[in-house]
Design a protein around this ligand. Structure first.
Ligand code: AMP
Length: 726
């Protein structure tokens, strides 16, 4: 999403840094190499070379035929041509595999993998397309029972990891937001995406999506494309988010892109505001919007929260809640939706001191980082030490780094694969002018690298914007131990003189004089002293007026100050909970053959922390005694706070295991006697034998992470049974 280039000059602009893009040239930077995987690049070149050898070989055969060469000579040349064609087919296969991410040929393609995950998720009701019986609405999804449980586990861990461990102040603000708040934040004017319309049917499309589809389609299907052309398309894909309306429109025209459904021509791209508008109360005179993010609720409460915190900085406020964005044409399943849960933190800090007291706890962490210089020079993300990134000035400050580290720990503890997690720094032209530094936690899924958490140092922009609009000073104070002597600029407009000269406009001239910076004021003073008058531009009047010496006095005075008043900076980690959960589903999913080897069975290897149910309880056979034991165990698990489910159906134990593996349940208790039971671990399929009295305590210990399965294995006798398999 984007703001328009014209808006760049405006001060009151968009707060969503990832959406706030300056125009990014379509020309590749001189030092950038084609952002194409080397293997893909060399395969394209090999294919082009093979094609020209084939063409030359075809010409040779035609010449041989026309010159009446012998049959054996022609047969030999045809044989050579056929061999070349086979080699070409092999390169094409490798190239297709490289493009689709199926580079080693044995792994499932990305699309097939996604299909398998999504089928399982839908069949087991992790999610359901909303309003399905009425054919659904794009971009709206329900969470079914296991999905709800996973989401509530993720949110509980978020609260534990951030709100509790960092002592944050949690708030819960309304979704319906009056217009004035979102006007101040810039959303009313600038929260837009560029849209094109089918000129005949009026169907709407996101302009950048059409260009993206075109480039991807060409790269995938036109294998004979030159490496240079491929690099051009890849470059467009890399800078897509940064293109202006004009640049997008020009590319759509240049490539002859038409409406995908009808092939009709398309309009020029134009901005569409993504907020759902509403009206507060019955009169219709009070416009409002469904909030597009939760952050504004925190900013407008800053004054009270600061007071609640004992007027001390730094402190952080947090909020979990629904956000609404009327996406133009939502695709990518759960990744781009019209209503989603955001979990946001606003950490308020003194702009002159962005150190963090707990920085030493994260500075040694190492993970994939993608600083802007690596991106600009066409390289890939690298494993870097967070502390080094700060000391080398790659990450702007300790507090921002602290949150990057904490986000890394949060995501990996949830079960995100750290090899498919990287922190990508925003390019300078991706950031709003006020932002000091921004990093996105991106997770690789079958859709590519997806921004799941944005971590931005937004400086003082948001609090200033609400101070200006509301007239309420959202500021902090630092009391000095000893009063400090400071030199202060004093501008005193002489209202009587100004009133005589400017009458009704006096107030605006006074305000403009008082708003002068120190440099402007001192320049005015020296001109007034030498020339007696000066031309002065009053923006609010949209004209220049003449100020004379009699109208204003400007001086510098020494004053004793007891405190410093300033607008705090804000560091904002913003988590798209649905995106994190979907990536977690993909990273946790795998298939393994059934015991008979005739079926592939689905498994989610969720860590116990996020598993929707921690334990299932099965009587091995249908029998009243075993069922009673199963009921008792289930009750004791529930009493210990461990979510569990009984399955007393007569289905074979193997099938019941397969059913629970597909829900990602980490442990299964099987009742096969009235004194002891077995506990099976989902991924290893190892079983141990535990007495009935101990079972709830053991499952609790291992589900809550106080012991690992390996610890448990050492303590209890192993149980071997063919039935652990499916
Ligand atoms: P933003 O304010 O645009 O930086 O978004 C904050 C976070 O919200 C992103 O990092 C995403 O994880 C998430 N997000 C943004 N838009 C959507 C959407 N349409 N559907 C789901 N999640 C989203």
């Amino acid at each position: 999403m984007r703001l328009h280039s014209a808006i760049l000059s405006s001060l009151a602009h968009h707060r969503i840094t990832s959406r706030f893009r300056q125009i990014y040239s379509l020309q590749r930077p001189a030092n950038a190499t084609a952002p194409m995987a080397t293997s893909e690049d060399s395969l394209r070149r090999a294919l082009a070379e093979k094609q020209s050898t084939i063409d030359a070989s075809g010409n040779t055969i035609r010449q041989l035929k026309s010159s009446g060469a012998s049959k054996s000579e022609i047969d030999e040349a045809v044989k050579a041509l056929n061999a070349l064609k086979l080699e070409k087919t092999s390169i094409e296969t490798q190239l297709k595999a490289s493009i689709s991410g199926d580079a080693n040929g044995s792994v499932m393609s990305r699309d097939a993998f996604r299909q398998a995950v999504v089928n399982t998720l839908e069949r087991r009701l992790f999610y359901i397309p909303s309003f399905k019986i009425y054919r659904g609405v794009a971009g709206l999804y329900d969470y079914g029972p296991p999905g709800c449980a996973v989401k509530s586990n993720v949110l509980a861990f978020w609260r534990q990891h951030f709100v509790l461990e960092e002592d944050m102040l949690e708030v819960d603000c309304p979704c319906v937001t009056p217009e004035v708040v979102l006007k101040a934040s810039g959303h009313v004017d600038k929260f837009t995406d560029l849209m094109v319309k089918d000129e005949k049917t009026g169907t709407c499309y996101r302009a950048d999506h059409l260009l993206k589809d075109h480039c991807k389609d060409k790269l995938e299907k036109d294998l004979a494309m030159s490496a240079d052309k491929a690099a051009e398309f890849k470059h467009i894909l890399a800078v897509l988010d940064d293109l202006s309306a004009e640049e997008l429109g020009a590319k759509i025209k240049e490539y002859g892109i038409v409406a995908p459904d009808t092939k009709n021509p398309l309009s020029d791209p134009y901005p569409f505001n993504l907020m759902f508008q509403t009206s507060i109360g019955p009169s219709g005179v009070s416009p409002g919007y469904m909030r597009p993010e939760t952050a504004q609720g925190i900013f407008v409460n800053f004054k009270d929260l600061y007071y609640y915190n004992g007027n001390k900085l730094p402190f952080a406020a947090a909020q979990i809640g629904q956000a609404f964005r009327n996406e133009i044409s939502p695709r990518q399943g759960l990744l781009r939706v019209r209503e989603f849960t955001l979990a946001e933190i606003e950490h308020f800090v003194d702009p002159d001191d962005k150190s963090h007291p707990k920085y030493s706890e994260v500075e040694k962490l190492e993970f994939l980082m993608f600083p802007r210089d690596l991106q600009m020079s066409g390289q890939s993300a690298k494993r870097l030490c967070l502390g080094e990134a700060v000391s080398k000035g790659i990450v702007n400050n300790q507090t921002l780094a602290y949150f990057i580290g904490r986000v890394y720990l949060f995501l990996t503890r949830l079960g995100i694969d750290e090899e498919r997690l990287r922190f990508r720094q925003h390019l300078p032209n991706e950031m709003a002018h006020y932002a000091a530094d921004c990093w996105d936690a991106e997770i690789e899924s079958s859709y590519g690298w997806i921004e799941c958490v944005g971590i931005a140092d937004r400086s003082a922009y948001d609090l200033r914007a609400h101070t200006d609009k509301s007239g309420v000073a959202l500021v902090a104070q630092e009391k000095f131990a000893e009063p400090k002597e400071v030199e202060k600029l004093v501008i005193t407009p002489i209202k009587k003189e100004l009133g005589l000269a400017f009458k009704g406009n006096q107030k605006m001239v006074v305000e403009a004089l008082e708003a002068m910076s120190e440099k402007e004021a001192m320049d005015m003073k020296s001109v007034l002293e030498t020339k007696g008058e000066v031309e002065f531009e009053v923006c609010t009047l949209e004209k220049t007026v003449t100020i004379t010496k009699k109208m204003v006095t400007i001086s510098k005075e020494k004053k004793k100050e007891h405190q410093r008043v300033f607008t705090p900076s804000v560091i904002e980690p913003s988590f798209g909970i649905g995106r994190i959960i979907y990536c977690l589903y993909e990273h946790s999913f795998y298939m393994r053959p059934s015991k008979a080897g005739d079926e592939q069975l689905n498994v989610f290897r969720f860590p116990p922390l996020v598993a929707p149910i921690k334990c299932t309880v099965f009587p091995l056979v249908q029998n009243a005694q075993y069922e009673q034991v199963a009921k008792n165990i289930s009750r004791s698990l529930t009493a210990a706070g461990i979510s569990n489910k009984k399955d007393i159906t007569g289905t074979s134990i193997g099938k019941r295991y397969a059913r629970t593996d597909e829900l990602g349940v980490p442990f299964a208790v099987t009742v096969d006697s009235t004194s002891s039971v077995t506990i099976r671990e989902r991924d290893s399929k190892d079983q141990i034998r535990v007495s009935i009295d101990e079972v709830a305590a053991v499952v609790k210990e291992v589900s809550e992470g106080r012991a690992t399965w390996a610890d448990i294995l050492k303590k209890y006798p192993a149980h071997t049974s063919a039935s652990a398999d499916e």
